[in-house]
Every structure is written in structure tokens, then in C-alpha cells.
Design a binder for this molecule. Sequence first.
Ligand code: NI
Length: 173
Amino acid sequence: MSVREIVMMGDPVLREVAEEVDAFDDALRALVRDMFETMYHADGIGLAAPQIGISSRILVIDLRRDDDHDDDDEPIALVNPRVAWQSTAVEKQTEGCLSIPGLEEVVERPGEVRVEAQDPDGNPVSIAADKLLARALQHEIDHLDGVLFLDRVSPLKRRMLLKKWKKLESEEA
Ligand code: NI
């Protein structure tokens, strides 16, 4: 297992529509293990494969280090996930992203979703989620479609966040 480098906003891979996975082999399972390790190393609660430069439809989530997690939350690895149903009722909550460190904003999303996917062995999985898990699933599935949480806030807020990002980048340099 190894910790992979997380790519930052500005890298074109984060804007690609990721490829469907069709090989459920040892290489896929090794990649999933690396994704978990990378996510834990970065102290995150979710990671999508494009965030380590791999344009494949894979995500991992582990909410247990977030204060808002439920007692029954456990690590999740999903391949080819899609939102099969979403509630019309929306909720607002602050989001961040390992590819945009230092930025946070309130994002409005459907409060409940049902996600269809496969596990890393190719078995079908269906997850009904609300609260933090619903949010994390939608955030990570967005990554597989080249969408970042900044795309889901108002143009005014996005401009402010991009300005802050440029400032953080210049401080880094
Ligand atoms: Ni993210």
C-alpha cells in the first residue's frame, strides 16, 4: 500500500468525466487500498480516484473521523456509482475538498439519495443515505463527473473562493 499524491484544483484530470471500471481485479483492489490510505493520511472523509490523477469511476468514504458521523458508519468503497434517486428536499452544509485545501463553503444538495454501484469485487451495491453520508456520496460522485463543490455555490461566492484560492496558491509558491 502507498500514499498517493493528491492533485489540486487546476489539474485537468479533476475536470474530466471519469471512465467506467470494467476490470474487477487485484489491481483495482490495490488501488482502492491506496485510496483509503491516501484519504486517511490527508485526514479526509472521502476521496475520488481523479483526485489521485486516475480518471476512473471509483470513490472511498469513511465518515468516522467527522463529528457528525453515525454510529453505524463504516468504510465504503464504490465502483461505477450513480445517484439512482434523490430527494426533492435539499439541505445546506459546509463542504471542503482535499483538492482545494483551505476553502470551505455552504453547499445545497438533496438531503437523501439512493446510490447504485458495485463493490471492488464487482458485486452490486445499493445504498440509501441521508445526512453526512448523502452529502459525501454526492460530493465524491461529482468528482467522477468533473464537478467540484465550487461549481455548486453562487457565482458571487465562487468568485470570492477563487480569489482566496489564488491568494493561498501564491503564498504557497
Ligand atoms: Ni472533493
